[in-house]
Design a protein around this ligand. Structure first.
Ligand SMILES: Cc1cc2nc3c(=O)[nH]c(=O)nc-3n(C[C@H](O)[C@H](O)[C@H](O)COP(=O)(O)OP(=O)(O)OC[C@H]3O[C@@H](n4cnc5c(N)ncnc54)[C@H](O)[C@@H]3O)c2cc1C
Length: 532
């Protein structure tokens, strides 16, 4: 990892952020949207001004070489990166700061921290990059079962341990951040090619624990299919699964831990399936008169078995907000890639699907076409956007995203329902008309994964309540209309009410039974996914 510290508030490292020009562009869009002059902006408290309670527990001498109760470490592990996380941090509310942060260097130290946390009645929160957007890393204390909170940051488990070039797989430690993981694989000519938007500041263990969605729009959408085997440290012992290319031997033990969001154990390392580095690429941007035309083209592409690596569509407003178009057309960002063969034939067929649905391809440029035109503009905005939230919340703006999946037969009605319910909730909660936009992040032959963004003009003093009212309405609409509460952002605690309605009750009982077996004292992530 780089030397600069990760910010205790905000995205990335200290010293990083949007340039003045980028800020001006982003805020300019909001000024235009809400017809306002300057926003009423409040200052974010400095680290030295935060008031943190005295730690309720301190580690024994045997653990102190890799544990700390320093102000910076506790503050930087209090929240993830959701909108309410930013607001509470901006208000200086650090009530749920962990008492101790542990940075174990190996599995024995993970197990030692687990034992100690259990013995002092502390909850234990596994922490990768802390990029959770659903309340997954916030420490919990209830004063009864959990009297203190310990966070277990895995950043010291950051190596690619072994590469098997024959089977094309690598054994990778769970705390490895995205850029370091790719850097270590590069000399072997391989890549994991799992690039969530949070890639720079999230870890392999976090991706597996949350079933994260990478940049592949189709086929390898979630991390799940890249996992060959796992090692998980649980309070009841270590679980290691067998390296196999596939197995029909009963329910998959890997699948039990993939997506378990830290409630069953700490993933310490995994054998991951690798990809060759892409040598052949084809890319295009396509304009459509409407979002639903673009959606029909996506369905045609998905059902033709073409498996594009990227096939995002942006509705006209979303395309405008990122600067990719003027607000009158929907945009498709389309790409194919391969380490083995040219993709021109796949691209040609996909473009036929687009023109069948009123799409007009932007003329392709000679080289590097996958990053030209609207596609390139959108990609730059996509990469820089995480830095915006740290100044939008202080300006009293409410900006958040939520994502889902739905079958094609229901998509158009579903979209209108969810968008309408969210727009009404914004107006009701803030008294000002807001904006809800939509894009697709992933696609399947039987349906898309729509990703909504909303923008509202909030009021200082009421931002959390206003956000919650909008979030509730949007989530209610998703579940009522047949979608999932999350396609890839995970459940954490924030999505619990709707996850509880979505998952079968007997399944929850089975999950609780697994938790009882693996974490009998229930120290790991209380309240995430299930109530023990
Ligand atoms: C700007 C931004 C963009 C994002 N883009 C995407 C995206 O494109 N796709 C996507 O899927 N998500 C995205 N997310 C959400 C988030 O990045 C993912 O959920 C990611 O997988 C979390 O990884 P992490 O290492 O930061 O985990 P953390 O946030 O630290 O932890 C997430 C959860 O997993 C648990 N956990 C972490 N590590 C382990 C471990 N080793 N063993 C057991 N449990 C563990 C934690 O306790 C927590 O419950 C985005 C978030 C932000 C802020």
């Amino acid at each position: 990892m780089d030397d600069a510290r990760l910010k205790y508030y905000g995205w990335g490292r200290e010293g990083e952020g949007m340039s003045a020009e980028e800020r001006k562009f982003v805020l300019g869009r909001y000024h235009a949207k809400f017809g306002t002059g300057e926003f009423d902006t409040i200052a974010v408290p400095r680290l030295e001004d935060l008031s943190l309670r005295e730690p309720r527990v301190l580690p024994p001498a045997s653990l102190s070489p890799f544990c700390t109760a320093e102000r910076y470490d506790r503050a930087a592990h209090t929240y993830g990166k959701s909108y309410p996380d930013y607001v509470r941090a901006m208000l200086g509310n650090y009530d749920c700061a962990p008492d101790v942060v542990a940075y174990p260097r190996n599995e024995a130290e993970i197990a030692a921290v687990m034992d100690w946390a259990g013995s002092v009645g502390a909850s234990l929160t596994p922490f990768g990059g802390g990029s959770s957007v659903c309340g997954g890393v916030e420490p919990r204390v209830d004063g009864i079962k959990h009297k203190a909170a310990v966070t277990l940051d895995l950043r010291n488990l950051a190596k690619v341990v072994e590469v098997d070039p024959v089977s094309r797989a690598a054994l990778i430690e769970a705390g490895t951040y995205g850029p370091s993981l790719e850097k270590q694989l590069k000399p072997n000519g391989f890549t994991l090619r799992h690039f969530p938007q949070s890639f720079e500041y999230s870890t392999l263990g976090g991706w597996i624990a949350t079933r994260s969605g990478g940049h592949f729009a189709s086929l390898h959408t979630h991390i799940d299919d890249f996992v060959e085997s796992l090692r998980v440290v649980t309070p009841a012992g270590v679980v290691e699964t067998r390296r196999l290319p596939g197995s029909g031997a009963g329910p998959s033990p890997d699948r039990m831990f993939i997506g378990s969001e830290g409630i069953l154990g700490v993933i310490s390392r995994a054998w991951m399936r690798l990809q060759p580095r892409p040598k052949f690429r084809a890319g295009a941007s396509v304009r459509f008169p409407s979002f639903f035309d673009a959606a029909r083209a996506v369905r045609a592409v998905a059902q033709a078995g073409l498996y594009p690596s990227n096939c995002r569509i942006l509705d006209p407003q979303e395309a405008f907000n990122t600067g990719a178009a003027d607000g009158s057309v929907a945009i498709m960002v389309l790409a194919f890639e391969s380490g083995d063969h040219p993709m021109d034939a796949w691209m040609a067929r996909a473009l036929e699907c687009c023109t069948d649905h009123r799409g007009t391809p932007e003329p392709a440029k000679a080289s590097g076409a996958h990053l030209e035109g609207a596609a390139g503009i959108w990609r730059n905005a996509f990469i820089r956007m995480p830095y915006a939230r740290e100044f939008l919340a202080p300006a009293g703006l409410i900006n958040d995203t939520f994502e889902t999946a739905i079958t094609w037969d229901q998509f158009e009605g579903f979209h209108d329902n969810v968008k309408g319910a969210t727009e009404r909730a914004i107006l009701e909660a803030t008294g000002v008309k807001g904006e809800v936009t939509c894009r697709f992040t992933h696609l399947y032959p039987d349906g898309p994964a729509p990703y909504f963004t909303f923008h509202a003009l909030g009021r200082h003093g009421g931002l959390l309540e206003q956000w919650q009212a909008i979030k509730n309405a949007a989530s209610d609409a998703l579940i009522a209309a047949g979608g999932t509460i999350t396609h890839h952002h995970a459940v954490g605690r924030d999505h619990r009410p709707w996850y509880d309605r979505q998952r079968p009750e007997l399944f929850a009982a089975a999950l609780r039974a697994a938790k009882r077996e693996l974490d009998p004292q229930c120290i790991l992530n209380p309240g995430v996914l299930i109530d023990p």
